[in-house]
Design a protein around this ligand. Structure first.
Ligand code: PEP
Ligand code: MG
Length: 870
């Protein structure tokens, strides 16, 4: 097997094997650009390294040695040579560019002898010793994991002693002395001498790259960005070009377009007499790339040509690193540049206008997850860069929030009313918190996963939420908590990032979302090419309107229990739950009916004749029974019962496992009067709206949740149909309606052929289907999933990214069983996965009719659906 490739042997299509950096170095070589030559060790070698127990096996080692020789022939230089020594850089490069992994080691191949040779040959001993001390520093830090700080301390000490401020003011002798000190530091930390043999140095560096694939930062990044662990990283070994050999040298990074706005034109920085890391480290202020034209006119002209060539070649905005050595240009890297969502949209549109890309290609260029940043407030980028997270939870609802800490929903409302911005911090949230959640900039919870109450509700509202930060030691009673050793009190500032899950101490300013002009154009293209319809999960007319603005073509899920979060409504709802008799329950239901009917009318109005799926009540009871003494008292009064009695009723409602308890259609089986009331509300609302808008296609879709057996559906459906037909007849109007079911219990999937006979439609409730298939409580999984990631049992949260192997198989089975029995059956998904790009792609693949997701994820789903279809 071939484990190592010269740059001359690869090309851009070999990204999987050579990684992005390696494939592009090969491609640049192929198209004749000036690239210092070298070789790439494949991603497969990385995977093999892990299979061999973190060792590089003999075969791979043999090929590495072979390629060192080839490289020596190509460059005419040799490792450790006293005439013409070879120095190399070693860099990681996965298929997708991945911060968090080992980045770069420069000047590898140096030892005291070689330093003397290059010092003499270049006539520039200062440069030579500077290279060496940098190499020792980088190698110690990156390969051997001796902390950077020890070396920085030594540099500072040296500068103090010499009475200078800047690194560049240190002389050759100072730097030589530093190299000696560094080596001593290395020996004291590692217990061995710093390696002098270039090959030994190289083996160490290669192993460090492989090892860095598995470091915690890389693992977190992979999880956030859907990059599989199995990909591995390649290693690139490239001969050095020196940007720090004098004033006719330099190094720079540049983009072919502005990565923040997308504007056309070179954007970047250049630093004379410097090596790559100086630009990034910000020790000296680099000049704007355009200024390079004065100091290095020839190299600059050549670089501009290279930029044009590369952009045209890759037909995408490029991000490049380069070095000028004695006036001569060398390209060290090119890749498709990372960009803001706004820039991504502009660049895609410009490329279409410039005739470089088709509409379909433009749609495929944009990362759907990136769109979030257009729709939610974000932290100010510079301020965020300077901040270090104090902790991390789950990025449950995107956006950024900064505000004063409050510990209760009431406080959130009160503080908000007097103009304060607040972040609501809770152990977990419950329906009572809803108004407080609305009054907050963001929500932070200690418990709960990606489909927990806080997460689902916050996502629906478009409010930033970080859930399940188990590191918080909460003391709600005393209004304080501890995180990362610091105590936080009510009124202290905190900043949270609902995209990454990061939590920051203090204030980080946020900037508001703004939808750029190109957004509409790209979305139009997406709509043109996608096959999947995109609906929304919306419970209120306000959410529904927002979702329509963002392009939703219907409501795929209205969670009717969510309509009872408001103060005055929850009372009636509790009366219903805590009723003793049918009469009591019916009385409570009579109070509820007008609320529901009114809401449904408003939803039909907002949707203007597009489909609206209304799901019948599915409240896990523990989310709704009152827990506060005051609420219990209120309920007792309105029911004319003693507090004691209510407490007994509440106790009798207690369930050990509420998520698998008396919820969903089980409620309608026990209390058909609930289904009756809801049917009335749905049908009456539809009739009223149809009367006003006879041209709209108002056709209610009634969805029965948590079905596991066809007879259950038959039973509830009978109540629905009888009630609906009665209402329609009484109104003397023609109204069609559908009765369908959610598929969210494995048994429903297994018996989908039977269920399909009774259902007009299926909708996958993949939150519950994931919960029930894995047997993981959706509210508690956050507690142990981290251990699963660390142990590599899971790479992703199955509640966020659909488990295609297991849950997905059940979905495919459902479709296969259901459709032949009922050719009119329409099938969708309304679990949280409906807004996750990779899950949307899977839904397209298995032939669903629509996905339904929270309003702010509608554009993401539209784009992801188009990409799946292209
Ligand atoms: C589901 O289970 O996927 C679903 C959409 O319903 P809920 O989240 O309300 O249980
Ligand atoms: Mg469900």
């Amino acid at each position: 097997k071939k484990w190592v490739y010269l740059f001359t042997e690869g090309n851009a299509d070999m990204r999987e094997l050579l990684g992005g950096k390696g494939a592009n170095l090969a491609e640049m070589t192929n198209i004749g650009l000036p690239v210092p030559q070298g070789f790439t060790i494949t991603t497969e070698a990385c995977t093999q390294y892990y299979e061999d127990g973190r060792e590089i096996n003999n075969e791979i080692m043999g090929q590495i040695n072979e390629h060192i020789e080839k490289m020596e022939q190509i460059t005419g230089k040799k490792f450790g040579d006293m005439e013409n020594p070879l120095l190399v850089s070693v860099r990681s490069g996965a298929r997708a560019s991945m911060p968090g992994m080992m980045d770069t080691i420069l000047n590898l191949g140096l030892n005291e002898d070689v330093v003397n040779v290059i010092a003499q040959k270049s006539g520039n001993p200062r440069w030579a010793w500077d290279c060496y001390r940098r190499f020792i520093q980088m190698y110690s830090d990156v390969v051997m994991e001796v902390g950077k700080k020890y070396f920085e301390e030594l540099i500072d000490k040296m500068k103090d002693e010499r009475g200078v401020k800047l690194d560049v003011e240190l002389t050759a002798d100072d730097l030589k002395e530093l190299a000696t000190q560094f080596k001593a530091e290395y020996k004291s930390k590692i217990g061995k001498d710093f390696p002098d043999d270039p090959k030994e140095q190289l083996y160490g560096a290669i192993k460090a790259v492989f090892r860095s694939w598995d470091n915690p930062r890389a693992n977190v990044y992979r999880r956030d960005n859907d990059i599989p662990y199995s990909w591995g990283t390649a290693v690139n070994v490239q001969s050095m070009a020196f940007g720090n050999m004098g004033d006719d040298c330099g190094t720079g990074v540049a983009f072919t377009r502005d990565p923040a706005t997308g504007a056309k034109g070179l954007f970047g920085e250049f630093l004379t007499n410097a090596q790559g890391e100086d630009v990034v480290a910000g020790v000296r202020t680099p000049m704007h790339i355009q200024e390079m034209s004065e100091k290095f006119p020839e190299a600059f002209e050549q670089f501009k040509d290279v930029c044009a060539t590369l952009e045209e070649h890759y037909r995408d905005m490029q991000d490049m690193e380069f070095t000028v050595e004695h006036g001569k240009l060398f390209m060290l890297q090119t890749r498709n540049g990372k960009r803001t969502a706004q820039a991504a949209l502009k660049i895609a549109c410009d490329f279409v206008d410039e005739g470089m890309r088709t509409e379909k290609e433009a749609v495929a260029m944009i990362d759907p997850r990136n769109l979030d940043t257009l729709l939610h407030p974000q932290f100010d980028a510079a301020a965020l860069k300077a901040a270090t997270p104090a902790g991390r939870g789950l990025g449950a609802s995107p956006g950024a929030a900064c505000g004063k800490i409050v510990f209760s929903a009431e406080d959130a409302e009160e503080w908000n009313a007097r103009g304060e911005k607040v972040v609501l911090v809770r152990l977990e949230t419950s329906p009572e918190d809803i108004t407080g959640m609305k009054a907050s900039q963001g929500i932070l919870t200690v418990r709960g996963g990606m489909t927990s109450h806080a997460a689902v509700v916050a996502r629906g509202m478009g409010t930033c939420c970080v859930s399940g930060c188990g590191d918080i030691a909460m003391d709600e009673a005393n209004k304080k908590f501890t995180l990362a050793g610091k105590e936080y009190h009510e009124g202290d500032y905190i900043s949270i990032d609902g995209t990454t899950g990061n939590i920051y101490d203090g204030q980080i300013p946020t900037v508001d979302a703004k939808i750029a002009g190109e957004f509409g154009r790209v979305m139009e293209w997406a709509d043109k090419y996608r096959k999947l319809k995109v609906r929304t999960n919306a419970d209120t007319p306000k959410d529904a309107k927002k979702a329509r603005e963002l392009g939703a073509e219907g409501i795929g899920l209205c969670r009717t229990e969510h309509m009872f979060f408001e103060e005055d409504r929850i009372a009636a709802f509790r009366e219903m739950i805590c009723s003793d008799t049918v009469e009591e329950r019916e009385a409570a239901l009579d109070k509820i009916l007008p609320y529901q009917q009114g809401d449904f009318e408003a939803l039909y109005e907002a949707l203007e004749g597009n489909p609206v799926t209304i799901r019948f009540l599915d409240p896990p009871l523990h989310e709704f029974v009152p827990t506060e003494e005051e609420d219990i008292k209120k309920l007792a009064e309105s029911q004319g019962k003693s507090v004691e009695t209510i407490k007994n009723i509440i106790a009798s409602l207690h369930e050990f496992n509420p998520m698998m308890g008396h919820r969903g259609c089980r409620l309608a089986v026990t209390y058909p009067e609930i289904a009756k009331m809801q049917t009335r509300a749905v049908i009456r609302a539809a009739i009223n709206v149809k009367k006003v808008h006879p041209d709209w296609n108002v056709k209610p879709e009634i969805m029965i949740p948590l079905i596991c057996e066809v007879k259950e559906l038959k039973y509830v459906k009978k109540t629905v149909v009888e009630t609906a037909d009665e209402e329609i007849k009484a109104a003397g109007i023609d109204l069609e309606y559908e009765v369908g079911t959610m598929i969210e219990i494995p048994r429903a999937a297994l018996t989908a052929d039977e269920i399909a006979k009774e259902a007009d439609f299926f909708c996958f409730g993949t939150n519950d289907l994931t919960q029930m298939t894995f047997g993981f409580s959706r509210d508690d999984a956050g507690k142990f999933l981290n251990a699963y990631y660390e142990s590599k049992i899971f790479e992703n949260d199955p509640f966020a990214k659909l488990d295609q192997n297991g849950v997905g198989k059940l979905m495919e089975m459902t479709i296969k069983l259901g459709r032949p029995v009922n050719p009119n059956l329409h099938i969708g998904i309304c679990g949280e996965h409906g807004g996750d790009p990779s899950s949307v792609a899977f839904c397209h693949k298995i032939g669903l009719d629509y996905v339904s997701c929270s309003p702010f994820r509608v554009p993401i789903a539209r784009l992801a659906a188009a990409q799946a279809a292209i």
